[in-house]
Unconditional design. Structure first.
Length: 312
């Protein structure tokens, strides 16, 4: 038998044993090309989501209702930028440069979470984003802390610590509004009505329609499926809504056990349309990112120049 083939078989066996035994795969370890490509796609999309996700909230920094609220929102958005950096760094260990990732984003070849293509219309939306969008993200990310690729897993551990604060600040905004005037209560309910379904869509299509789940579970990149995570999120969020007097906008929702719910149909046509670029804010989000990236070119040039000079 051909010597390289034998060697490939041995390397694959070693890789599979590591996965089986919960040993992390590290950047210099041998890995199947499909595993590497899978990670490049998922981690870079995750990084793009963090950075594009700064836009709907960034829009409200200058209009926050108090200095306290402004400081909290600023810190949260800054954290999201940091999450993007951890994730781009993790993705770069797979042999693709940051410039390439950004280029794929700008060319529309890389995705980012569909939820960020919806507008943040008023202050209650900032509450709903923190509570629901960060709440959905953390449900997924807690599970991803056990992902098989070392740099991704370590980035997730750091991100989760910050994300739980984000979820709480969003819930606090909703809670305060529910203690306020009738109008404020209506704003909070309206924000929940608009963000509930896009938040459920963050977990991706049903398992039966998810082309990547099978490999992701086999290689332990994902530790729980899209539907399982969505279920977990729903089960913990509905009691939180009820506690402050909000009603989840799902007429088909059924309680099937202690903190266990079955949800109504998700509008998958809307999901795929948003992913294809036809959501309310897709064009705006991408154009803004391109503009900000181009405006920042002088910073990158200066940093490179400094780096070259300081290494001479
Ligand atoms: N949005 O086979 P599937 C944050 C795509 S930011 C867009 O199930 P997979 C925050 C999917 O990519 C944190 N696209 O895929 C920041 C695939 O298309 P491609 C956000 C989606 O990868 C600022 C196709 O549909 N979290 O917290 O097994 C402010 C088939 O899907 C979506 C992450 O990014 C979607 N929702 O599972 C506030 C989590 N869903 O790639 C908050 C990291 C599916 O073949 N990512 N697609 O062209 C993941 O965990 C997984 O990639 C997903 C999808 C669960 C999203």
């Amino acid at each position: 038998m051909n010597e390289t083939l034998v060697n490939q078989d041995e390397l694959l066996k070693e890789f599979e044993e590591k996965i089986e035994n919960e040993i992390k795969i590290e950047p210099r370890d041998w890995m199947p090309e499909e595993y590497r490509q899978h990670l490049i796609r998922q981690i870079s999309q995750h990084a793009h989501s963090e950075v594009i996700g700064m836009q709907p909230e960034g829009n409200w920094i200058s209009r926050a209702p108090s200095l306290r609220a402004k400081k909290i929102l600023l810190a949260k958005i800054q954290d999201e930028g940091g999450h993007g950096l951890y994730l781009y760094s993790a993705a770069e260990t797979l042999g693709v440069s940051r410039d390439q990732f950004i280029q794929w984003l700008h060319e529309g070849k890389a995705k980012y979470a569909s939820v960020f293509n919806y507008p943040a219309l008023n202050w209650a939306d900032i509450g709903a984003i923190g509570w629901l969008v960060d709440g959905a993200a953390i449900t997924n990310q807690v599970s991803l802390q056990r992902t098989s690729y070392g740099p991704y897993s370590r980035a997730m551990v750091r991100i989760c610590k910050e994300e739980s604060f984000h979820q709480r600040q969003g819930y606090e905004i909703m809670w305060k509004m529910m203690e306020g005037t009738k109008e404020q209560q209506q704003m909070a309910q309206d924000a929940l009505n608009r963000w509930w379904w896009p938040a459920l869509m963050m977990f991706g299509p049903h398992d039966s329609d998810s082309p990547h789940t099978s490999n992701a579970m086999k290689w332990k990149i994902k530790r729980e499926s899209n539907d399982r995570l969505r279920e977990k999120f729903i089960n913990k969020t509905i009691p939180q809504a009820e506690l402050i007097g909000l009603k989840v906008p799902d007429p088909a929702l059924v309680k099937i056990g202690e903190d266990q719910y079955q949800h109504g149909d998700i509008d998958w046509t809307e999901f795929w349309e948003v992913i294809k670029g036809n959501g309310p804010c897709n064009q705006q989000r991408l154009e803004h990112h391109i503009k900000a990236h181009n405006n920042g070119s002088w910073v990158r040039e200066c940093a490179n120049e400094y780096h070259i000079k300081s290494n001479k």
